[in-house]
Design a protein around this ligand. Structure first.
Ligand code: ADP
Ligand code: MG
Length: 357
């Protein structure tokens, strides 16, 4: 983890931003004027090909309590990875993807639950969010197989479109069925949010009520920070290749809420001289290509925020904003990149309650 200390807007506000590898959100730990009122235990590590940061605020913890918490979180995340990570060849999802049968396959209730949530987003977004997007994600080099350095042919796109769509997977409480044995799934767009929910629920279950959990930029918060206030989180300005925390678009305050983001400016590749995004529009079979640069969604749980952020990223600024406005219990900030490289914000009507400035 890299910690950086910088001044915000030239004022004496001292913020400590935790570097989050390749993602959009930063924990902003406090302001110079604030007094530290509570003990904080902060830990970090890596999981799901990214980093995680956890902070627990309250009574002080001794060394054995701290190492027990660290080991337990590590183990929760390892178990999680073994179910949902397409980057683990022995994970349950990878075995499901390799399984070439159209018969129902027995899976863990957790995998079934995440797939069910993914299919729900698929239906609600009219296929903009689609967990069967895996072959396209892989072709473009953002998945579990090495990608190609060329654009696909019309025939290849047609073949993918036969294998993608919410109707290609059926889910029961502990079974999954592919309607075509060649179908494979990718849960990356909601897995980190779900993992953040899992870790925070685990900590709540252990009696810790003031917690911050971030996995790859997807954040769940509960209670207060060490200054006795809501958790402060910085949202990066979506500069291509910009370092996390180097340039903040906004700072938001959250308590008992989650925030997740999607963006076009960190996880991208160059193919045939063109910059391509890791977000795929499953309706066309191509990476998204519009001026929406980043979306942050606030909601009551992190998997929901994560799925909504990806959905809006696909839907684009105009329709995405309208769609999110109508979505129950979710607020969003959409940042578009203008032709001259400047940024413009659009927010759902309730987003401003979370802003600090
Ligand atoms: P991030 O990983 O930056 O937080 P997302 O949550 O938006 O971003 O997840 C993006 C990942 O989701 C991609 O790398 C890919 O694996 C997968 N994905 C891409 N397009 C879609 C889509 N339309 N629906 C569902 N998953 C997608
Ligand atoms: Mg997402």
């Amino acid at each position: 983890m890299n910690n950086s200390i910088r001044n915000m807007k030239g004022e004496s506000k001292r913020i400590i931003s935790l570097f989050i590898l390749g993602f959009l959100l930063l924990l902003v730990s406090g302001c110079g004027a604030d007094k530290i009122l509570h003990y904080e235990f902060a830990l970090n590590g890596s999981t799901m090909g990214t980093s995680y940061h956890v902070a627990i605020v309250g009574d002080s913890l001794d060394a054995s309590q701290r190492s027990l918490i660290a080991a337990s979180i590590d183990s929760v995340l390892k178990d999680f990875n073994q179910i949902l990570s397409t980057f683990e060849i022995h994970s349950e999802i990878s075995r499901f993807n390799r399984n070439k049968t159209a018969a129902p396959i027995k899976v863990s209730p957790e995998l079934a639950h995440v797939v069910k949530t993914g299919l729900d987003f698929c239906e609600k977004s009219d296929g903009a969010f689609d967990i069967t997007v895996a072959p396209i994600v892989n072709f473009f080099g953002f998945g579990f197989e090495p990608g190609e350095d060329r654009f696909p042919t019309v025939e290849e796109i047609d073949a993918w479109l036969q294998l993608t769509g919410c109707d290609k997977i059926e889910v029961g409480d502990s079974t999954l069925t592919k309607t075509d044995p060649r179908v494979s799934i990718d849960l990356s767009a909601i897995a980190k949010g779900d993992a953040s929910d899992h870790v925070s629920n685990f900590l709540l279950g252990k009696g810790y009520y003031n917690i911050f959990v971030e996995i790859g930029g997807e954040i769940m918060t509960h209670g207060i920070n060490k200054y006795g206030k809501a958790w402060l989180i910085g949202i990066d300005r979506p500069n291509f290749g910009g370092a996390p925390g180097a340039d903040l678009q906004r700072v938001i305050k959250l308590s008992d809420m989650a925030v997740a983001s999607s963006g076009d400016y960190r996880n991208y590749r160059e193919v045939e001289g063109m910059r391509i995004s890791h977000t795929i529009d499953p309706r066309t079979g191509a990476p998204i290509d519009h001026h929406l640069a980043a979306v942050s969604v606030i909601s009551e749980n992190c998997m929901k925020a994560d799925g909504l952020a990806t959905s809006v990223m696909v839907l684009g600024q105009e329709y995405g904003l309208e769609w999110l406005e109508a979505y129950p219990d979710a607020e969003g900030l959409l940042i578009i990149r203008e032709a001259d490289g400047s940024f413009k914000e659009f927010m759902t009507s309730g987003f401003s309650q979370y802003l600090t400035d």
